[in-house]
Design a protein around this ligand. Structure first.
Ligand SMILES: NC(=O)c1ccc[n+]([C@@H]2O[C@H](COP(=O)([O-])OP(=O)(O)OC[C@H]3O[C@@H](n4cnc5c(N)ncnc54)[C@H](OP(=O)(O)O)[C@@H]3O)[C@@H](O)[C@H]2O)c1
Length: 298
């Protein structure tokens, strides 16, 4: 199997480089090799690689900046995705693509199912939803994998930021009225590879569609922060207090949905794949992060 992977230096792309490797030949691209803002680069990359599968882990992910750059977000998250989907179809390749919880408005009082009507609250969500539409319109066999609250041991994300703040601050205030499933890039990449490993291209083409892929369970950002602090406690000179606050007390340019929970039942029913609970994913990621770092007070 020849796999073309975009966004190789992103949180998910980095982990996919590892998990996709045993499946065949993986040809990876970063922005310098294929700029999604330049459609001609997408076309020439796909035509030169001639992949069986394209995994698109590249995206415009600056959620708050997208409010002031909606056209850039749309260009990368929708226009480029449409070009990629067209090229995937031309190559006879399966397109695997990621989308967020932010396609929903969060007003449902239960986990969202794939067929629930989307209604994004922010420009990033609208651009990602437009990307989903572009893929479906291209008529290419695809897996749109919607996930939430992605973090990793590297890069800038909630986990790495909180680990810094736990050292710098004596008190933290973290939003407690948004609920979702923190999902490690590693677990998401494992699940993606598992789906591709278990099914041949004919079966995957039959199962073309949208799937929710998050870690198990749910919590608030405040609950996520407390769990990180618990895991990090031994390495901290003192643990700061972590006060729960409302979203309204921490205004950001982009509005976030209050309910980001995504039901993973379809994923399990169709592919037999289920991610571990979010606490276990966090523990694994934290252990990975701690490797090579001296632990104090233990
Ligand atoms: N992060 C989350 O919480 C979250 C939640 C739900 C869904 N998702 C989705 O999951 C996927 C992976 O997200 P992630 O968290 O791994 O994002 P990430 O860490 O921000 O990585 C995105 C990658 O896309 C690349 N990129 C951006 N603009 C590009 C362009 N014009 N041309 C080529 N590459 C470009 C970036 O390259 P540079 O490093 O050069 O900028 C980066 O390597 C995305 O589709 C995202 O929408 C993420």
């Amino acid at each position: 199997m020849r796999i073309l992977l975009t966004g190789k230096n992103g949180q998910v792309g980095w982990e996919l480089s590892r998990t996709l490797a045993p499946l065949g030949e993986v040809v990876t691209f970063d922005r310098s090799g294929m700029d999604l803002a330049a459609p001609d680069q997408i076309v020439s990359a796909v035509r030169s690689v001639q992949p069986d599968v394209i995994v698109n882990a590249a995206a415009y992910t600056a959620v708050d900046r997208a409010e002031s750059e909606p056209d850039t977000a749309l260009a990368i998250n929708a226009v480029a995705v449409g070009v990629l989907a067209g090229e995937a179809k031309r190559a006879g390749a399966l397109l695997v693509h990621y989308s967020p919880d932010y396609v929903f408005d969060g007003t449902k009082d239960a986990p969202y199912a794939e067929e629930d009507p989307p209604n994004p609250l922010n420009a990033y969500g609208r651009s990602k939803l437009a990307g989903e539409y572009a893929i479906r319109a291209a008529g290419v066999p695809h897996l749109i994998l919607r996930t939430s609250w992605v973090y990793a041991a590297r890069g800038k994300n909630f986990l790495t930021t909180l680990l810094r703040l736990l050292r710098e601050k004596s008190a933290l205030r973290i939003v407690s009225d948004q609920i979702g499933a923190p999902t490690s890039a590693g677990a998401l990449a494992d699940a993606t590879a598992e789906i591709l490993r278990r099914h041949d291209s004919a079966a995957l083409a039959k199962m073309s569609g949208t799937y929710h892929v998050t870690a198990g369970g749910s919590t608030s950002w405040h609950g996520f922060a407390e769990q990180i602090a618990r895991l990090e406690q031994a390495a901290l000179p003192r643990t700061p207090s972590i006060e729960p606050i409302q979203s309204s007390e921490y205004p950001l340019p982009a509005i976030r949905p209050k309910n980001s929970r995504l039901s993973n039942e379809k994923l399990f029913r169709c592919f037999g794949v289920r991610l571990p609970p979010w606490e276990a994913c966090l523990e694994a990621c934290h252990a990975q992060l701690r490797q090579g770092r001296p632990v104090r007070n233990s």
